[in-house]
Design a protein around this ligand. Structure first.
Ligand code: S3P
Length: 433
């Protein structure tokens, strides 16, 4: 079993490039695969989750190759995918499974898809129910709520979908299925989730309309292969931005971080908490990005709730570490969605923080992290969840003594370079910078 050992840090200093955004990398492969012509992706995230997506499309006959620093895809077009000869494997990735369901729904063949033990526990009815309304046949455990799933699609009926969760995966699934429907499909969600699908479909030449938060797409529109540049992943950067704020004697610059406004909730909350952040926007095409510098900071706890939650949903585990070291208590409300991530993150975040001596309170859809902690090095467990593994490693940097994080192979699903980058930033001797 892989593990990581961390000691109290003397400081984190330097400049790092953060690997490509996971959400955007997934979409670039999916849309490139169903586009006509060639798509070239720069800064694709070569992590296990994104490789699962590429392998699923390879299984359906799409040619995806790495050429130097870039990934090239020869698109099959909307109707050119081949029936897979074996069960498609989404691994640990909810994005792979839920978005692919939208594409598989439009294919005139039956496909089967599954994932690892964690993915097999995550709810799929949020996409299966609307897909069924569009005319797709889906079979699976507990009425199709859990994978393995079998999908038989074809020509779909358009749908006016009102989602009861703010989920970019559910929204994207239905918009993608909408490409195969006869007419206009629309999606409305309770709060705006990340909009990478809408932005990238537009790059591929698809017309979408957004009126008062309702997004509509007309079926039958062809995607045209294009060049996609993936910015760095803000969800990965957040581990270093918070580590830099917490560890004394630190100054880190994280280059080329994606700052799509539907993802920047973490920066807003860190600023409210008093983090010393300098955000320098970069120029260029595609999704917006910035170089972000953080310095050691004194933080205070704040309350995080409501419509900002979908804009920082993946950063709540590492924000809980910031909260533990802040003055006062930090309250996270309306975070019930965390219970159905790679692990039940309300439970796993509270359990791992408490191993360091941090006081936490877990409620149905909220949690409180009590600050002013004096964490003690601990033996902690990832629970198979990459973000839980990384949060424990970051807390270990400010804990007294040694911390060991067990079962850290899961970090490769999103951020294979995490441990190397952390090592690169460590100040080895007092005054060594
Ligand atoms: C993602 C959407 C979010 C997020 C996940 C990636 C995406 O999930 O937590 O890590 O790429 O669309 P939900 O759609 O379940 O909120």
């Amino acid at each position: 079993m892989e593990n990581i050992t961390v000691h109290a840090s003397r400081g984190l200093r330097g400049t790092i490039d953060i690997p490509g955004d996971k959400s955007i990398s997934h979409r670039s492969v999916m849309f490139g695969s169903i586009a006509e012509g060639r798509t070239v992706i720069t800064n694709f995230l070569e992590s296990e989750d994104c490789i699962s997506t590429a392998d699923c499309f390879r299984e359906m006959g799409v040619k995806i190759t790495r050429i130097g620093e870039k990934v090239e895809i020869k698109g099959a077009g909307l109707h050119g995918l081949k029936a897979p000869s074996r069960i498609l494997d989404a691994g640990n990735s909810g994005t792979t499974l839920r978005l692919m369901m939208g594409i598989l729904a439009g294919q005139p063949f039956t496909s089967r898809i599954t994932g690892d033990a964690s993915l097999q526990r995550r709810p799929m009815l949020r996409v299966v129910a609307p897909l069924r309304e569009m005319g797709v046949m889906v079979e699976g455990k507990e009425n199709g709520n859990f994978c393995p799933l079998a999908i038989t699609g074809g020509k779909l009926k358009p749908l006016d979908f009102v989602s009861n969760v703010a989920s970019a995966q559910a929204k994207s699934c239905i918009l993608l299925a909408g490409l195969y429907a006869d007419g206009v499909t629309s999606v409305k969600e309770p709060a705006k989730s990340r909009d990478h699908t809408e932005r990238m479909l537009a790059e591929f030449g698809v017309k979408l309309r957004e009126v008062k938060g309702k997004i509509s797409i007309r079926g039958g529109q062809a995607l045209k292969g294009c060049a996609i540049t993936v910015p760095g992943d803000i969800s990965s950067a957040a581990f270093f931005l918070i580590a830099g704020a917490l560890v004394p004697n630190s100054e880190i610059t994280v280059k080329n971080v994606g700052i799509n406004p539907t993802r920047t909730g973490v920066l807003e909350v860190l600023k409210q908490m008093g983090a010393k952040l300098v955000i320098k926007k970069r120029k260029g095409r595609g999704e917006p990005s910035a170089d972000i510098t953080v310095r050691s900071s004194k933080l205070k706890g704040v309350t995080v709730k409501g419509s900002i939650i979908p804009r920082l949903i993946d950063e709540i585990p590492i924000l809980a570490v910031a909260a533990a070291m802040a003055k006062g208590k930090m309250v996270f409300k309306n975070i019930g969605e965390l219970r159905v991530k790679e692990s039940d993150r309300i439970k796993t975040v509270c359990s791992e923080l408490s191993k360091f001596g941090v006081k936490t309170k877990e409620m149905k859809d909220s949690m409180i992290i009590y600050g002013n902690s004096k964490p003690k090095g601990a033996l902690t467990l990832s629970h198979g969840d990459h973000r839980v593994a990384m949060l424990a490693a970051v807390l270990g940097l400010v804990a007294e003594g040694e911390t060991r994080v067990y079962d850290t192979a899961c970090i490769k699903t999103s951020f294979p370079e995490f441990e190397n980058l952390l090592g690169k930033l460590q100040v080895r001797h007092a005054g060594n910078y």
